[in-house]
Design a protein around this ligand. Sequence first.
Ligand SMILES: [Ca+2]
Ligand SMILES: [Ca+2]
Length: 476
Amino acid sequence: MVSATTAVSAPLPDAWHLDRINQQQLPLDSNAALSALTGAGINIYIVDSGVLATHEQFGGRVVPGIDIPTSMGDSVVNPETSDCDGHGTHVSALAAGSTVGVAPQARIIAVRVLDCDGGGNVNDVVEALKWIRGHHQSGVAAIANLSLGVDLGDNGRAIDTQVAALIEEGIVVTVAAGNGDENGQSVNACNIAPGDVPRALTVGATTITDSMATYSNSGPCIDLLAPGGTSQRPVLSAWKTSPTAYDNDVGTSMASPLVAGYAALLAQQQPGLCTDQIANAIVARATPGVLTGVSSTTPNRLLFINTAPIDAGVPGQPSHVVTTVDNASVVASWDAPCDGGSPITSTTASLLRNGKVLARKTVAPGKTAVRFSGLKNNYKYQVVIKARNAVGEGVATHRVTTGMVRSLRVGLNTPLTYVATFGGDLELGWNVAASSRSICRVMGVNVRFLRPGTCKVGLRTNAGGTPVLRSLRVSR
Ligand SMILES: [Ca+2]
Ligand SMILES: [Ca+2]
């Protein structure tokens, strides 16, 4: 086992959930130390009922993210993203609490979608997941935990779509498999969103004696199981009522954040890793065959914290591709992807028309924009971006279609999306720099060119993120 430096004091030795996952076989050895790694610097988005940020388990490491129930006008909490239910605080400390959590120095980003009764609705979760996608810094590993679920038949696919997009964006997503039907009887996790998303890590629950919890959902969509407890031996973690409050809880909701914390340890050790590398390692390193009561369709794999380095792979897919048309030219920019654990050595941008490659430009590491000039006006083009490292060529972006290339002239009043497009389903927001407001102005959904000169605009996804700055040349 790896070295043990994690400070364990306060509510131990009740933390059997940590004691169990640093060893492969029972009996428990009363050692709950996990790793010299702490998750420091890694963001874990907790999509839940909010977080009591002042709890002693967090040491100031909770950042308010977004508070959907407040913005929707019900179940208001003050401050925003704090927790009037308790579930989110409990879950967060299991991921990143200083003594009950797996990643005791990771940063928690509180994303509040559940109300004071732990309930929520699909549209709020969808909105929260889009916010995360805009907020996340591309190419930097991050984790999101969803200890929540909805029947696929209740519009669950809308959540699935956003979870899949988060993973593509470079976020490891851990999901509670769910706690059975209304009678507590285990159901197939493949019927629950977002646990059915293949690239998500879907986590079932085990008891202190290594049986699969009877309430835990099951089936082939489970990736691995982790301690979730029973009413006899529940899981102890932080509670909402005071900075020193603790409470016991039971469920797959408790198992999932333990996996989220482990992902944060691996991401801290190798920050360039792509999501699938982390997820695949977590599954591959789980202890096989030690659990009882596991149905034949459910993988018999128990979470095991093993922080050996992960082998490098090819880079991931560049993201946030923004294309801007200018006079007879197109500027493409993107966010660098995860590097697969080996530095990116070059990135290739290809320009296509009607599926045919017209130009290909290779840019050095660190450069994330390129201009294609000498283009014909009145055509749309497509761009494809692909990074490479010592292991090989990475995953290409989808083809991003540009606006129609044409001369930007005084008097032109054109839709913003005609001039710049964003390669995804997030909306793009615009503003014009104060210095160029005499040259151009955003009027509703249009940009109007008033005088010749340089029109400086900032583009950002409406969900947030770093703005992309562009200069458009306005001619007479
Ligand atoms: Ca142990
Ligand atoms: Ca999976």
